[in-house]
Design a protein around this ligand. Structure first.
Ligand code: COA
Length: 327
């Protein structure tokens, strides 16, 4: 019988080679390895080369994700990219660039803007498009070159972020469904985490990010915790039944606070923020890929994803991972 439920059939990532360590940052702004480690848990982040665009990072993750889904690029009928650091502001979209890099014409390709919650929004969107019969195999990509919109003289924010990309393919497969997704937003808090206004004047303004970190922190912990409780309760699943809890990787203290509130064990909780910093829309698929490559994320694993970001936006997803393990 034909499947009717959407499934995440693969996961992959691409991480730029250049590393920016806390010790490198000590030479750039008034900070210390000790401060960054204690307040964030971050040890290093990866930074793309000057000539490496967000679409290049996304393309490399996408090629691997298509292979791992046992598909060819020609099987993909839509590409959706979540990013807050696109190649161009605001067109052509990063998705169109990636479609071109993959040699694909005449397919649906567009970007979404949901900041660090981007991958959850992508899952929700792809699930509805695949289950409605509109599309067969959707490539979803979180890709960020945040270094391109970062002010490396602002110590309050430049120590937090890094570059990278993660991708997956969503197709029908009842055996390993995306069980539920939840997305939400509250524009009241838009100015706590933002880039500069696009329509300030008729001249181009730099896009560097600004954040009131302290205020974001408190709202993030509370929102993430209640979001997780809500999706678990709605689906009648207890936290101990979850194989892997894979939260957005912004700050180790936020992850630990949510983990403790929800009683997830260290074994259940995937943490990569120490290696990559916050890579916004790429952070969840990059963390998933690490778990996959370490053999922790397996076909059929019950996983819970949870994210919070600028907008504010937030969301969670509950799914059985549908990807086959690498041979
Ligand atoms: N190095 C050294 N000192 C720094 C610093 C840095 N990189 N950045 C800030 N400081 C200083 C501040 O100036 C302040 O000094 P003061 O007390 O003399 O005024 C002090 O450290 C404390 O700053 P504060 O902002 O209160 O620290 P914090 O404990 O809240 O940690 C963040 C700051 C950004 C790490 C934390 O607020 C955070 O992670 N926020 C949320 C991040 C997030 O989740 N963002 C996006 C969601 S996707």
């Amino acid at each position: 019988m034909k499947s009717t439920k959407a499934s995440l059939k693969s996961i992959a990532s691409y991480i730029p080679t250049k590393i920016l360590s806390n010790f490198d940052l000590e030479k750039m702004v008034q900070t210390s390895n000790e401060w960054i480690l204690r307040r964030t848990g971050i040890e290093q982040r990866h930074i793309a080369d000057n000539d490496e665009n967000t679409s290049d990072l996304g393309t490399k993750a996408a090629i691997k994700a298509i292979q791992r889904a046992n598909l060819n690029p020609q099987d993909i009928d839509a590409i959706i990219v979540a990013t807050l650091s696109p190649d161009y502001f605001t067109m052509p979209s990063t998705a169109c660039k990636i479609a071109h890099n993959l040699g694909l014409k005449n397919i649906t390709a567009f970007d979404i803007s949901a900041a660090c919650s981007g991958f959850i929004y992508l899952l929700e969107l792809a699930k509805s498009m695949v289950e409605s019969g509109m599309k067969k195999n959707i490539l979803i990509i979180g890709a960020e070159k945040i270094s391109s919109i970062m002010d490396y003289t602002d110590r309050s924010i430049c120590v937090l972020f890094g570059d990278g990309a993660g991708a997956g393919v969503v197709s029908l497969d009842d055996n390993f469904p995306i069980i539920d997704t939840h997305t939400a937003s509250d524009g009241e808090f838009g100015d706590l985490l933002m880039t500069q206004r696009a329509q300030k004047s008729n001249i181009c303004t730099p896009l560097s990010m600004q954040m009131k970190g302290n205020e974001v922190f408190k709202i993030a912990v509370n929102t993430l915790s209640s979001d997780v409780v809500e999706i678990l309760t709605k689906n009648n699943i207890k936290s101990e039944e979850i194989d892997l809890f894979i939260p957005h990787q912004a700050n180790l203290r936020i992850i630990k606070a949510v983990q403790e509130k929800l009683n997830f064990t260290d074994k259940q909780c995937v943490v990569t923020v120490q290696k990559y910093g916050n890579t916004s829309a790429a952070s969840i698929p990059m963390a998933m890929n690490d778990a996959y490559e370490q053999g922790l994320l397996k076909q059929g694993s019950l996983i819970l994803l949870d994210a919070f970001g600028g907008g504010f936006t937030w969301g969670s997803a509950l799914l059985r991972f549908g990807g086959e393990n690498d041979k």
